[in-house]
Ligand binder design. Structure first.
Ligand code: PXP
Length: 242
């Protein structure tokens, strides 16, 4: 059980807005510094193969500017492995990536991709980068993560966020069970995707979870209440649920 539930703020969509006009404003590094000042425990950024939001230069800026840990989300490719090894972020979260998807739509098939993931987890771990596998809250996937010796898993909460009623309750139980299984296997469980002010509470209440990574909603809410206030409100709701 981890008492303080860490909040990682994903700043990808600040870069999405910037890229819409091709200029330098708004700057995701400035947003990351604001998030740090608002109490974020870490910053998360996904360097996608197509560079649709975060770009390589943003990584340089984030590594130079931040005093809190950077969690680099990356696909399991050689290109991304080289970039991670060059930048040495605190953590790297391996995510599945398909060019046509709008966002990361499902978890990594850790159980089906052992061969490709084994050397990647080893290389990143040898460079003291804390590897996380973004997986569905599923027994097979957690067992695969244990086999792969990943120190962290992040459970995809996208299904939970989309469901309601009994189906949501069942998905929540699946996440809670997977978190217990991870801890029993020596893995630190995190969670994220699709979390909002309204749905974060039950996830934050799962005692085994050590970190939530939240982006789209916080950046969207920043339009209405400001980034500082949206992060502080998320923090407040997480603490209240704990
Ligand atoms: N965690 C991972 C691994 C992700 O890929 C994403 C989306 O980039 C998030 C968390 C954050 O999801 P959201 O932007 O829906 O809060």
């Amino acid at each position: 059980m981890s008492a303080h539930l860490r909040l990682g703020v994903n700043i990808d969509h600040v870069a999405t807005v910037r890229n819409a006009r091709g200029g330098i404003h708004p700057d995701p590094v400035q947003a990351a510094l604001m998030a740090q000042a608002a109490g974020a425990d870490g910053i998360t950024a996904h360097l996608r193969e197509d560079r649709r939001h975060i770009r390589d230069a943003d990584l340089d800026g984030l590594m130079a500017a931040l005093t809190i840990p950077l969690n680099l989300e990356m696909a399991a490719t050689d290109e991304m492995a080289e970039i991670a090894l060059r930048h040495r972020p605190h953590a790297a979260c391996i995510v599945p990536e398909r060019r046509e998807e709008r966002t990361t739509e499902g978890g990594l098939d850790a159980a089906g991709q052992d061969n490709r993931l084994v050397p990647l987890v080893e290389r990143l771990s040898a460079a003291h980068i804390r590897v996380s596998l973004f997986i569905e809250p599923d027994v097979r996937q957690v067992e695969a993560a244990i086999r792969l010796k990943a120190p962290v898993v992040e459970f995809h909460t996208g299904r939970y966020a989309e469901l309601d009623g009994q189906a949501r309750v069942a998905e929540l139980a699946r996440i809670a069970d997977a978190a217990k299984l991870a801890v029993a296997g020596g893995i630190e469980p995190h969670a994220g995707h699709g979390l909002t002010f309204d749905n974060v509470g039950p996830i934050a209440a799962i005692p085994e979870l050590a970190e939530l990574n939240i982006g789209h909603y916080l950046i969207g809410e920043a339009i209405f209440m400001g980034l500082d206030a949206s992060i502080r409100e998320m923090r407040r709701r997480m603490d209240a649920a704990r």
